[in-house]
Design a protein around this ligand. Structure first.
Ligand code: ZN
Length: 221
């Protein structure tokens, strides 16, 4: 079982293992870079450094040293001789790890954290812009008991709309109350007690154009 194109959560990893009886291997790739990384049998992501030059950088394209989280990533594809891809910017935030992997493969290790353009930025009551990482919000909602699926969408500078689907449909209202309290608590801890949290009338759904199911994003407003 090989997973690609979307982050593989621990939860999905467990589900796939249960359903198919084999552990899934995660790939890391994109259209411009091809398969840039793959997971070894120690469960760590190695970069295909002979295929792609991989440069973790800050917002000004200055190199980020190993061990520190980058703001974005530049890739140069060494295999595509038809369409040159040179220092192409990916919004992916990654950490290049300084250590070697015990599996014996000497290709560098990375951790992929997500995309810069997915970070939500809310206005606090003092007018400050406060970043909220999608993964943090994802954990808060997804780990609320009774939640089957959800989508959290920033719809205004201080407004978050949540689409919710409960494991037991008759418990949806009770689950919503828990989600609401947890999301409020979390945002308040970030200094964002002023953010309004709304319950969407519609259920979570795939993006009609891409067909992808996203959990957290910001609408243009
Ligand atoms: Zn390894």
């Amino acid at each position: 079982m090989i997973s690609s194109a979307e982050p593989l959560s621990d939860e999905n990893r467990k589900l796939i293992q249960q359903a198919f009886g084999v552990p899934p291997r995660n790939n890391y790739g994109c259209s411009e870079g091809g398969v840039m990384g793959y997971e070894c049998n120690h469960g760590r992501m190695h970069i295909n450094a002979d295929w792609v030059i991989f440069e973790p950088v800050d917002a000004n394209h200055k190199p980020i040293p190993a061990g520190q989280l980058s703001d974005r990533t530049l890739i140069t594809n060494l295999a595509n001789r038809v369409m040159p891809i040179i220092r192409y910017e990916l919004g992916d935030r990654v950490t290049l790890l300084p250590e070697k992997c015990d599996c014996g493969i000497t290709l560098p290790l990375i951790k992929v954290e997500g995309r810069t353009d997915e970070i939500l930025r809310f206005n606090s009551s003092s007018g400050q812009l406060v970043p909220v990482l999608p993964l943090a919000l994802w954990s808060v909602v997804k780990e609320t008991p009774g939640v089957l699926r959800f989508q959290a969408i920033q719809t205004a500078p201080a407004e978050l709309k949540i689409r919710l689907d409960a494991k037991q449909s008759e418990e949806c209202d009770a689950v919503w109350k828990r989600v609401y309290v947890n999301a409020c608590d979390y945002l308040t801890q970030q200094g964002l007690g002023n953010v309004t949290i709304l319950r969407a009338e519609e259920l979570p759904m795939r993006d009609p154009k891409s067909g992808k199911f996203r959990n957290v994003w910001a609408e243009k407003f």
